[in-house]
Design a protein. Sequence first.
Length: 201
Amino acid sequence: MADKQGPPTRGEWERAGKQPETVHLYIASSVRGPCRRKGSYGYALECTSRPPSAKNPSMETVYIGETTENHALLCALHEAAGRIHSKCYLTVYTDSPYIAAVLSGWLDEWEANNYVGRKGKPVADALLWAETSKRLNAAGNPVHVALKHTHGWRNLLVYEAEKRTAEGVKTDKDQMRRERRDLCLTGLENLTVRSKSMSWQ
């Protein structure tokens, strides 16, 4: 998404004595398509104007439970945008036509129409898109976004996101077992108390 005033050129930055960093953001999800299922998102941030280090590039995967592909990718974009704290040239790498279309122009239209779509209905995830837009355009955050539909990080991010999903699903199942066990124990305790109460009558 471009800055509302238009991003400064590299020449303008150089004449102002500033050197904006070049940041690449790669996003992916373990969920494909519009059907809701348990999944995770992943993203990688790479500052190409800095030497490689333990934190450059950095990668993160997060399990979010029931979700769709579009929502998961938006969560990845939202979180990653919040980690960018200096003006930069940002390139978002995604193979999602939806994310590409939103950042290429839809988001500006939604903002102008208070996040109501062309068909007169509220945009899906409107609040999250609004917050993401603020992060992308906030002072000190990206001033320019280019979009690529394929990226070399995708396979690794999807693999790690699927691993995170498997771990999250297992945790969910363990939590359900604990809740059922606690419910059974509570029921037994109540039954015991009632039995004792009746025996004293």
